[in-house]
Design a protein around this ligand. Sequence first.
Ligand SMILES: [Zn+2]
Length: 79
Amino acid sequence: MTETVFCYCCRVHHEKKQMRLFPTRQGQRWRCLRSIEAATSSRRERDAFGQKQSEINRETARRAAEFGLLLRQVQPIAS
Ligand SMILES: [Zn+2]
């Protein structure tokens, strides 16, 4: 029979070859590769999202500054 280990993440038993010891605050716990990979890829996506968001913020700030500059240049002519 195949050896199984209880996965603390999924709360089910998986085949031992899919399991890795994972460091947690409570110490080393058995966790399956699939749940580790899922957590890692979602963190990567979050990082990518955060990076994209700060790029957008920078771009918005830059455009706002340019727009403000433009307004200051236009106003003396208009008045
Ligand atoms: Zn699992």
